[in-house]
Write a protein that binds this ligand. Structure first.
Ligand code: NIG
Ligand code: FE
Length: 412
């Protein structure tokens, strides 16, 4: 099956010889592109591309005139909690009236609220609602996604969530990665016995999760009032023993030491990062760990934004992800995330798009198959509505830039 796109107004993030695995620092602002281009997809993969002026004769089963449209790699959303049982708009109202996220959590709301609801919900119902959300974000440009457990908090419910994610992996037309996040909050019955819950995770849950091959990554919410640095240290070490690389929640509400413990364990990414100073930047500089920013959660909680400029200007890569979850960011809308990145984090459109394509792919270890337009990569692409340039996507805020999605070379 060969699909040919011709007269593409701008084809973004093209790579010919030099293949990058992530983009960092000043490089993030420079996005390679071709003007008036063609692109040939064969059997789901990018076969070749080039200038219209020198397009060779070729056969295709279907040809699309992309005149006036952009083509770019689909978004790689590397941090979501897409599987959940119910929304939490009541807590949203509490926060408007002045309660903080932590206060709500201490009263048994927040993550524990979601866990209660998830325990009462069947695997089938969870799957159906998650699949619907997945279709929704795919229509907004998402072409790969990471999904966490963490609303189970019991062995059976954590396994239930991870099985839902596995079923999404099997059935969705986009790559799905799974993270094991039992260390999301202490269940009420372990409120005064943290040790017992850590033991439950390490000795009972992890062997079953790993045994069934249900997770790719080990996650933990390293934060004051949640999992301490010492807890996280033990959990990540145990994860590694079962072949799960770390990918953690860090430095959302405090300078907690989360970045340092993540880097110590060679985390694929440390995510959130509202609280990042010189020590965190220095630590990241000497690592392969990708700093992942989740401005949607900062926006929705009304807390400070992540210092993206400081991180990029220090020569580091920045990844952006939605954090789609019912508590702190009930939206998986990447185009809107791009607007926040530009207006609030002061990232340029090119930096923001790099952050949620190649760097998003890297934060899921998918950089060799996704994230740029390169020969042999998977053809998960966005064909935009008619527009002139990349900047129009974050500029046209609240609107969907997608005309058609191409996933595995198939038009949606
Ligand atoms: O990434 N910060 C921790 N976990 C989620 C929120 C979970 C929730 O409130 O349901 C987050 O923001
Ligand atoms: Fe999260």
């Amino acid at each position: 099956m060969r699909l040919l796109l011709t007269h593409i107004h701008e084809l973004y993030q093209t790579e010919t010889v030099h293949r990058r695995t992530r983009v960092a620092g000043a490089e993030m602002a420079e996005m390679p592109k071709l003007h008036n281009a063609w692109l040939l997809i064969e059997n789901g993969l990018i076969h070749s591309f080039g200038d219209m002026a020198s397009m060779p004769e070729m056969h295709a089963d279907e040809t699309i005139d992309a005149c006036g449209r952009l083509v770019l790699p689909a978004w790689c959303d590397s941090h979501t909690h897409l599987v959940f049982a119910a929304p939490r708009e009541q807590e949203f109202e509490y926060r408007i009236k002045g309660m903080s996220y932590e206060e709500i959590a201490r009263k048994g709301g927040g993550i524990l609220n979601s866990a209660r609801r998830l325990n009462e919900t069947s695997e089938e119902a969870l799957y159906d609602s998650a699949y619907e959300r997945l279709l929704e974000v795919m229509a907004q440009g998402t072409g790969a996604i990471e999904i966490k457990s963490g609303y189970g908090l019991t062995t059976e419910s954590e396994l239930k969530m991870l099985r839902v994610i596995r079923k999404l992996k099997e059935n969705a037309p986009v790559p799905v990665k799974a993270s094991f996040l039992a260390a999301h909050a202490y269940p009420l019955e372990y409120k005064n016995d943290h040790e017992a819950y850590i033991k439950l995770i390490i000795e009972e849950m992890l062997p079953r999760v790993a045994g069934e091959g249900l997770a790719d990554y080990m996650d933990a919410f390293c934060e004051e009032g949640f999992f301490s640095v010492a807890d996280t240290d033990r959990l990540l070490e145990a994860g590694w023993k079962h072949g799960l690389k770390p990918k953690i929640h860090a430095n959302q509400l405090h300078y907690s030491g989360g970045v340092q413990v993540g880097v110590k364990h060679n985390a694929v990414s440390v995510d959130h990062l509202e609280c990042v100073g010189e020590a965190e930047i220095e630590c990241l500089r000497n690592s392969n760990t990708i700093p992942t920013l989740l401005p949607g959660a900062a926006f929705f909680l009304g807390i400070q934004y992540q210092p993206a400029r400081k991180i990029i200007d220090a020569g580091l890569p920045v990844c952006l992800a939605t954090d789609y979850n019912p508590g702190t960011c009930p939206s998986g809308n990447v185009p809107l995330l791009l607007t926040m990145a530009c207006t609030q984090l002061k990232m340029t459109p090119e930096e923001a798009v790099h952050a949620v394509t190649l760097n998003g792919a890297a934060a899921m270890e998918l950089q060799n198959e996704l994230g740029t337009i390169a020969v042999g990569k998977k053809a998960n692409l966005i064909l935009t509505k008619k527009m002139n340039s990349l900047a129009y996507i974050p500029y046209d805020f609240g609107n969907n830039p997608v005309h058609k999605m191409i996933l595995n070379g198939v038009l949606y």
